[in-house]
Design a protein. Structure first.
Length: 145
């Protein structure tokens, strides 16, 4: 992978992770702009490392590192979930962190179109579906995120 490829992937990870993070930041959620950018960049780096190890040493499955990102990011997401007797908050933020890590993995793998479309869909879900939930009272009473 050339230095230009690396630069493009890291810049795209910053931009797409930032788009999701801006929505979370605007809504004053515990994981906002910087967190989402860092998660996306980190996942992108992990995928590029996996691809690089495979290219250099051959026969090494790059998806092994990606699988660890997918499971490991759950710990970060779990830290954003707050459970009290009356409510559960942070599930959407945890899901957005997890999905942002998938964006980073896709970008790191060179799947720029898929990551871009997924980002548009993610931001649409976060913005539009919140309005739909509130408008039609679909939001569960214990999910006040």
């Amino acid at each position: 992978m050339s230095d230009t490829d690396i630069l493009i992937r890291l810049i795209l990870a910053t931009l797409l992770g930032g788009l999701v993070g801006i929505e979370r930041q605007i809504h004053h959620k515990p994981a906002g702009l910087r967190t989402h950018i860092l998660v996306c960049i980190g996942a992108c780096m992990c995928m590029m490392i996996g691809l690089s190890i495979n290219k250099e040493f051959g026969g090494i499955d790059p998806s092994r590192i990606a699988a660890q990102v997918v499971s490991g990011i759950g710990f970060l997401g779990a830290g954003t979930i707050m459970v009290t007797k009356a409510s559960v908050k942070g599930l959407t933020t945890a899901a957005s962190i997890w999905a942002t890590s998938a964006l980073g993995l896709a970008i790191g793998n060179g799947m720029f179109f898929a990551a871009s479309v997924a980002t548009v869909i993610m931001v649409t879900v976060l913005l539009v579906f919140e309005f739909i939930e509130e408008k039609f009272a679909l939001k569960a009473s214990d999910e006040n995120e």
